[in-house]
Ligand binder design. Sequence first.
Ligand SMILES: [Zn+2]
Length: 161
Amino acid sequence: MRAERHLDFEQRIDRGLAGVGSAEEESLLAAHVGECAACREYLSASRRAIAGLKGLSFEAGPGLNARVVEAILARAEQIEARRANVRRWVGMSVVAVVLTVLGSVVDLRVGHWAAGFFDLRPMEVRQGLLALWIVPSFGLLLLFPMLPLLAAKRYGKGRTI
Ligand SMILES: [Zn+2]
């Protein structure tokens, strides 16, 4: 019966520490703790545990919160930057496609007219266009879809979370 009685008082100690025990309970508890070493030890251990938890929550408070918020913000910025980069690359890829198509059209349709106007042979115009316009645009066209992959690799290395 002693163990059950101590369990009962331990619950009263818990309620008292939680601040939900009645005044009557408190005085009964104080009287019991005064003469029972086991319950006195339980009360003391509980107080130490609570003090430890309070210390921990205080420690975890401002510093840790700031670091967590900082990490989340950095992550959000990283994701946003990556999205912006993808949008830019998609835009530039479209430009590269347009330049390539436009270059080919110019080559086919305007080649003869330009040859006459600049007094060049059609083959020279075609070679000029190929070297100065179509090849560079086609290079961009091949290069831009690869950039997000390269950037993803770089982001992967620098990732902290
Ligand atoms: Zn006791």
